[in-house]
Design a protein around this ligand. Structure first.
Ligand code: NAD
Length: 309
C-alpha cells in the first residue's frame, strides 16, 4: 500500500522542484496545503488519520491531533522551532521528530540586519516621505561601532555575531550555555542579562520558546534598557511580553523595535500595529530562495530516513 505524506508549508518545493523530485522516487501519495494559512486543529485531526509522515511548518500539532494519527511515524519540522509540536506526546507515541537545523540561520541573520538598519535609518518612514511627494531627511543613527546584545548564541545568534564584526560593533552576548570558543574567535563577550540590557544599543533575541524563556523580555527588562536602544525579535512571539513592549514604545522608554514573530500570528488586532516606532514583518525570517531550497531538501531527507531507513 502506498504511503501517504502530508506537507503543510506553502513554500515547500516552490523555489526548486528538487524536494518533490526526491519524494517521487518513493511513489508516496502526497497531500499539500496550498491555502497559505496553517491548518486548523479540526482540519489536521481529519487529515492526519491515515498519513505515514508529515512535513510541517507552523501548524499546531497538538496532543489532540496526534491521538488521531493511527499510522504516523515521523513529523519533520520544516524549520527549527518545534514549539508548535507536542513533542512529549509524539515521543510517547513513538513518533520520530526530525527538523532542518542550520538551513535557515543565514537568512534569519540577514533579516536581523535588515531590521536593525531599517530601524536606525528609519527606512520605512523615509520611503513614505518620498511616496508622499515630500523631500525631508531624517537624522538616523549609524550601527557602526555600536553595541549589539545577542540573547541566545545558538546557530542564528552566532550568524548575527559574525555579521556584527563587519560593522565593527561591540558584541555582548547572553546564553545559558555560553560558547566561549566561538566568542573568543570573534571578540564577543558574554555578560549577565542585566549588563547586556543596560549596555546594548541593539538587542536581538535568538532563544527557543520554552517555559523558561516565555516573557524573557518583560516590563522589568525593558525598563533597564537605554531609552535610545532598539530591540529585535526574530525568534518566537512569546519571548517578549507584547503588552509591556507596547507601553515601552508608546512611552518612549526605548527607541524602537522590530518584530518578525508575534504572540498571536497574524497579529490582526494588536495595538502594536498603531505605533510608528516599530517595524513589523510576517514571520518571514526563513523566507528566502536559499533557505527554502535547503529546508525542502533537508526535510525530505529527514522524512525518508525514518520512513525508509
Ligand atoms: P539554537 O537552538 O541553535 O539556539 C538557541 C540558543 O538559546 C542556544 O544557544 C541555547 O543555549 C539558548 N537558550 C535556550 N534556553 C535558554 C535560556 N533559558 N536562557 C538563555 N539561553 C537559552 O536555535 P536557533 O536555530 O539559533 O533558533 C533560535 C530561534 O529562532 C528559535 O526560537 C527558532 O524558532 C527561531 N527561528 C525563527 C525563524 C523566523 O522565521 N523568524 C526562523 C528560524 C528560527
Amino acid at each position: 500500500m502506498r504511503k501517504k505524506i502530508l506537507i503543510t508549508p506553502r513554500s515547500f518545493g516552490k523555489s526548486s522542484n528538487l524536494p518533490f523530485e526526491m519524494l517521487k522516487k518513493y511513489d508516496y501519495e502526497i497531500i499539500k496545503n496550498e491555502s497559505g494559512q496553517p491548518y486548523e486543529e479540526s482540519q489536521l485531526i481529519d487529515l492526519i488519520k491515515d498519513v505515514d509522515g508529515i512535513i510541517v511548518g507552523l501548524d499546531k500539532i497538538t496532543s489532540n491531533v496526534l491521538r488521531n494519527a493511527k499510522k504516523l511515524k515521523v513529523i519533520t519540522k520544516y524549520g527549527v522551532g518545534v514549539d508548535n509540536i507536542d513533542v512529549d506526546e509524539a515521543e510517547r507515541m513513538g513518533i520520530k521528530i526530525t527538523y532542518t537545523p542550520d538551513a535557515n540561520k543565514e537568512s534569519v541573520a540577514d533579516l536581523v540586519f535588515a531590521l536593525m538598519l531599517g530601524l536606525s535609518r528609519e527606512i520605512i518612514k523615509l520611503d513614505n516621505i518620498v511616496r508622499n511627494n515630500r523631500w525631508e531627511k531624517i537624522i538616523g543613527n549609524e550601527i557602526y561601532k555600536k553595541t549589539i546584545g545577542i540573547i541566545g548564541t545558538g546557530a542564528i545568534g552566532r550568524c548575527v555575531a559574525k555579521r556584527a564584526t563587519g560593522f565593527d560593533m561591540k558584541i555582548l552576548a547572553y546564553d545559558k550555555y555560553p560558547n566561549y570558543e566561538f566568542a573568543n574567535s570573534i571578540g564577543m563577550k558574554y555578560v549577565d542579562k542585566k549588563a547586556l540590557l543596560e549596555e546594548s544599543d541593539f538587542i536581538t533575541l535568538h532563544l527557543p520558546l520554552t517555559e523558561e524563556t516565555y516573557h524573557f523580555i518583560d516590563e522589568e527588562e525593558l525598563e533597564i534598557m537605554k531609552d535610545t536602544a532598539y530591540i529585535i525579535n526574530t525568534s518566537r512571539g512569546g519571548i517578549i511580553n507584547e503588552n509591556a513592549l507596547y507601553n515601552a514604545l508608546k512611552n518612549k522608554k526605548i527607541a524602537g523595535a522590530a518584530l518578525d514573530v508575534f504572540e498571536i500570528e497574524p497579529p490582526i488586532d494588536s495595538k502594536l500595529l498603531k505605533l510608528d516606532n516599530i517595524i513589523l514583518t510576517p514571520h518571514c525570517g526563513a523566507s528566502t530562495k536559499d533557505a527554502t531550497d535547503r529546508m525542502g531538501i533537508m526535510a525530505v531527507e529527514g522524512l525518508i530516513s525514518v520512513l525508509e531507513g
